[in-house]
Design a binder for this molecule. Structure first.
Ligand code: ASP
Length: 324
C-alpha cells in the first residue's frame, strides 16, 4: 500500500514568489499548499497526499496561537490510523522555534518532517521543490519512524532538537556544519547514520494548553544596561532567559537584573550567546539563576514557558533543563 501523508502548509519562502527570477530576498507568500504541490513534477507519485492549510504566512508572524494550533493538528493526524506521517512546510526564520516546540510536545513513532526553502519559488535554482520532495520521501520512508521530529533542507535530515538556522541566505542554512544531522536524502532515498535516543513520550502534553506564559530573552554584553530586566518584570514576564557570555557568564547589570527578577518570583535561566557548547552550573555567579545546560536561548525560552504553564517550580525546572 502507498504511504498516506498529510501535508500541512503554513507559508514561508517555500510558498513565496518575487517579481523576477533573480530576486532572492524581496518576496511575498503567494502560493497555497495544493498549488505548490501541483507545480512539482512527480511529487504526488511519492505517496497519497492530503493537503491542509491552517495559515499561510511568513514565519516571522507566527506566535503561540498558531504554533499550538499546528501542534494540535499534527497530533490529531498522527493519531489517525489512516495517516502514516505528517509533513509541514514552514518559513525558515522561526522554523527552529516551532521544531523545538514540537520536539517537546509531540511524540509518535510516525514521522513528522518540517521543510522550508531559502529561495522563493520564483527564483533561479529555487530550492523549495526538491526540499519538499525530499521531505515527502523522508516522511514516507519507514526508516524515519521513531526518530523524533525532523527538519529536511538541502538534502540534510536534521533532528528538530538540534535544528538552528546558521546562515541568513544560503541554501545550506540548516545542518551544513553537521550539527544535529541524522542522515541525508540522496538520490530519492533517506539514508540515516544516527538514531536519536528519545523517550517514548514527549516531556509535555498539549492537552489543556490554551496559551503560554510570557518569558523574555535578554542578550548580555559589555556595558549591558539593567533596564531590560526592570522592563520585563514590569511587563509581567514570568521568566527570563539571559543569552549570556561564554559559559553563562553574566555582566554586572545581568547579575543585578536576575537577582531583582528572582526576588519578584521570576525564574531566570542562563543560556549562552555562544553557538556551541553547554552552560554548566556555576554556584559562584548563579545568584539563584539556573543553567540552561544543552539548550540555546530560544530553546530555553520554549522549555521554560512550557514548564511554567505546567506549574513546575524551580527545582523541577532545574531537573528538566538538565535532561533536555
Ligand atoms: N522570511 C521567511 C520566513 O521565515 C524566510 C524563509 O522562509 O526562508 O517565512
Amino acid at each position: 500500500m502507498r504511504p498516506r501523508l498529510v501535508l500541512i502548509g503554513t507559508g514561508g519562502t517555500i510558498a513565496a514568489t518575487a517579481g523576477d527570477a533573480r530576486t532572492l530576498t524581496g518576496y511575498l507568500v503567494t502560493q497555497g499548499i495544493e498549488a505548490m504541490l501541483a507545480a512539482i513534477p512527480g511529487a504526488r507519485d511519492v505517496a497519497d497526499i492530503r493537503c491542509e492549510q491552517p495559515f499561510n504566512v511568513d514565519s516571522r508572524n507566527l506566535g503561540t496561537a498558531q504554533v499550538l494550533r499546528l501542534a494540535r493538528l499534527i497530533e490529531r493526524h498522527l493519531r489517525a490510523p489512516d495517516v502514516d506521517a505528517v509533513v509541514v512546510t514552514h518559513g525558515t526564520d522561526s522554523l527552529e522555534e516551532t521544531a523545538f516546540f514540537l520536539h517537546l510536545t509531540v511524540r509518535s513513532p510516525k514521522p513528522v518532517v518540517l521543510v522550508g526553502a531559502m529561495r522563493p519559488a520564483s527564483a533561479l535554482s529555487a530550492d523549495g521543490p526538491l526540499n519538499l520532495v525530499n521531505a515527502l520521501l523522508t516522511a514516507a520512508d519507514p526508516a524515519s519512524r521513531d526518530r523524533g521530529v525532523l527538519v529536511v533542507l538541502n538534502d540534510c535530515i536534521v533532528a528538530a532538537r538540534h535544528a538552528a538556522k546558521r546562515h541568513t541566505t544560503r541554501v545550506d542554512a540548516f545542518g551544513a556544519d553537521g550539527t544535529g544531522v541524522l542522515g541525508a536524502v540522496t538520490d530519492g532515498q533517506a539514508r540515516y547514520s544516527v538514531r536519536p535516543d528519545l523517550p517514548a513520550t514527549a516531556p509535555f502534553a498539549l492537552s489543556g494548553l490554551r496559551t503560554l506564559p510570557p518569558v523574555d530573552v535578554i542578550l548580555d554584553y559589555q556595558d549591558a544596561p539593567a533596564y531590560p530586566y526592570a522592563a520585563a518584570i514590569q511587563a509581567g514576564s514570568r521568566g527570563l532567559v539571559v543569552a549570556a557570555m561564554g559559559n553563562g557568564s553574566l555582566s554586572p547589570a545581568a547579575v543585578r537584573g536576575c537577582a531583582q527578577a528572582i526576588r519578584r518570583g521570576l525564574v531566570c535561566v542562563r543560556a549562552s550567546r555562544v553557538p556551541d557548547g553547554l552552560v554548566t552550573d556555576d554556584a559562584a555567579q548563579a545568584g539563584g539563576s539556573l543553567a540552561a545546560h544543552a539548550l540555546n536561548p530560544l530553546q530555553a525560552r520554549i522549555a521554560l514557558r512550557l514548564a511554567l504553564a505546567r506549574g513546575m517550580g524551580r527545582a523541577e525546572i532545574d531537573g528538566l533543563l538538565r535532561r533536555l
